[in-house]
Design a protein around this ligand. Structure first.
Ligand SMILES: [Zn+2]
Length: 345
């Protein structure tokens, strides 16, 4: 499978910490994730390509101008605040978003950042932009006729809304890829198999009937992202019925995960999508540090097989999945099984 990445840009983003139940913890979205995933795809015999710079056009089709100005300029503005932290981290949030746009750097950080898990440091914007370039390159290749591609995105994207970062995510790479595919495809399916609900992706397409979003994830009642990911969130307006959440009890393993995924795939068949974006988190793994679900390495192969069964031109976008011994094997298990069972046509 063709793999798209831009390591020299992506490795420059090194967020130091985030708050868990109020306590500072080391941020697990570390550059080494990229090194491990890249080594795994090379070992798996996949063809690695450097992404091209597509500019901000494909990104601006999903994200707002205010938000892109914020992401690109906030680090330098933050450095001019006396006594400010090295990284941009929010400490106050508006209770509503219809009362005018804040002018100050601190106000904008609170407006555009949902939580403390998306700090912005010196190299962040470059990495964020190139992570999105990978998604655009991978989607353009599929538009050009290859059956499937993999975008090695880091930082990840599925918690990012049109104007809001959160949960290690800044630009929604899967949404950007889906929007690129819309150039020629009338109906796109997005299937998110990350441990955490893809709340940003859901938010971006919530009122749209042309992109059907399915997410299988750990029950958010006592788990990130807390406010989204419940089964009764089904879309709104023209988008009603085109969002399907399949929350799983904490600790669920391969059987429960694959049953939920089968329900998602069955729902998609009725939608008759012509292209697929997979938001591939690997943190549902039983040995992942987040310890939310119990999917095995073989389980990832079966997830790959089930998604390949949709037989659609596909862009696979990397989401979460944190340092543990099997991180690379979980990726190659998914990609290998996907490729072996994928017969689009
Ligand atoms: Zn996750």
């Amino acid at each position: 499978m063709k793999v798209y990445c831009a390591p020299k840009h992506q490795l420059a983003h090194y967020p130091s910490q985030f708050l868990v139940s109020g306590a500072p913890q080391p941020n697990p979205e570390v550059p080494e994730r990229l090194d491990r995933l890249l080594a795994a795809v090379r070992q798996g015999g996949h063809e690695v390509h450097e992404s091209e710079d597509h500019g901000l056009g494909p990104v601006a089709a999903v994200h707002t101008p205010d938000y892109l100005n914020f992401l690109s300029g906030i680090y330098e503005r933050w450095q001019r605040i006396e006594g400010a932290s090295e990284e941009v981290v929010p400490n106050i949030h508006p209770d509503r978003r219809d009362i005018g746009y804040p002018r100050s750097a601190v106000g904008q950080a609170g407006y555009h950042m949902a939580d403390t898990a998306c700090p912005i440091g010196a190299g962040s914007w470059d990495a964020i932009r190139w992570s999105a370039n990978n998604a655009v390159s991978a989607a353009q290749e599929v538009l050009a006729g290859i059956p499937a591609s993999y975008a090695l995105c880091r930082p990840p994207g599925h918690h990012a809304f049109a104007d809001l970062a959160g949960g290690f995510c800044y630009l929604n790479n899967a949404a950007i890829a889906a929007n690129v595919l819309r150039q020629t495809h009338a109906r796109i399916a997005i299937v998110d198999v990350d441990l955490h609900h893809g709340n940003g992706t859901q938010g971006i397409f919530y009122r749209r009937p042309d992109v059907f979003t399915v997410s299988v994830h750990a029950d958010p009642t006592r788990f990130y992202p807390f406010f989204w990911g419940y089964a009764d969130e089904r879309g709104e307006g023209a988008g009603l019925g085109y969002n399907l959440n399949l929350p799983l009890r904490r600790g669920s393993g391969d059987v429960a995960f694959l049953e939920a995924l089968d329900r998602g795939v069955a729902a998609l068949r009725g939608f008759m999508p012509t292209a697929l974006v997979v938001a591939l988190g690997l943190d549902a793994f039983e040995g992942d540090p987040f310890a939310g679900l119990g999917v095995t390495t073989d389980g990832f192969a079966r997830i790959g097989e089930a998604l390949a069964g949709l037989a659609l031109p596909s862009v696979i976008v990397q989401e979460g999945g944190y340092l543990c011994d099997a991180l690379g094997n979980n990726l190659t298990a998914f990609l290998g099984a996907f490729e072996a069972h994928h017969r689009p046509g």
